[in-house]
Design a protein around this ligand. Structure first.
Ligand code: HEM
Length: 106
C-alpha cells in the first residue's frame, strides 16, 4: 500500500500511502478534539495548514483537502467552527502520524 498507492480504513479515519500512516483528527467539541480551541486557532489551522491552529506547529498532513477549505470566507469558517463546537464531545486521542516503513529501505 505504502509503495504502490493509497488506502484508507472504511471509516476514512486512517490513511496509508507513500507518506506513512496518517490519522484523521478528532474535531468534536471534546477537549481531545477542538473543544479548547479559539476561533483564531481554527482559522489559522484551515488557512495556513497549522496543526492545532498554532503558528509554530507542523503543517497539516495529507489527505486533508486543505487547499479548498482555505478559500472559504472568514464567516464560512466561523460557521463551521460554531457547528463543530456544538457537536457531541467524543473523547478520542488520535494516534500520532507514523512515518513510512519502506522509505528507509529503498
Ligand atoms: C469541511 C471539511 C473538513 C473540516 C472542517 C476538517 C477539519 C479538520 C481540522 C480542524 C483538522 C486539524 C485538527 C488538529 O490540528 O488537531 C483536521 C485534520 C485532518 N483532517 Fe480534516 N477536515 C475536513 C475534511 C477532511 C477530509 C475530507 C479528509 C480526508 C479526505 C480529512 C482528513 C484529515 C486528516 C487525515 C487530518 C489529520 C492531519 C494531521 O494530523 O496533520 N479532513 N481536519
Amino acid at each position: 500500500m505504502e509503495s504502490k498507492g493509497i488506502g484508507a480504513t472504511n471509516t476514512l479515519s486512517a490513511w496509508v500511502g507513500p507518506w506513512g500512516i496518517y490519522y484523521a483528527a478528532n474535531i468534536t467539541s471534546d477537549s481531545t478534539g477542538i473543544g479548547n480551541w479559539t476561533e483564531e486557532q481554527f482559522l489559522l489551522c484551515l488557512r495556513k495548514r497549522k496543526y492545532k491552529g498554532l503558528a509554530t506547529n507542523r503543517t497539516l498532513l495529507p489527505p486533508m483537502p486543505w487547499p479548498g477549505l482555505s478559500l472559504l470566507s472568514d464567516d464560512e469558517l466561523k460557521a463551521i467552527f460554531a457547528y463543530l463546537k456544538s457537536t457531541k464531545p467524543i473523547i478520542n486521542v488520535v494516534p500520532a502520524a507514523a512515518p513510512p516503513v519502506l522509505a528507509g529501505k529503498r
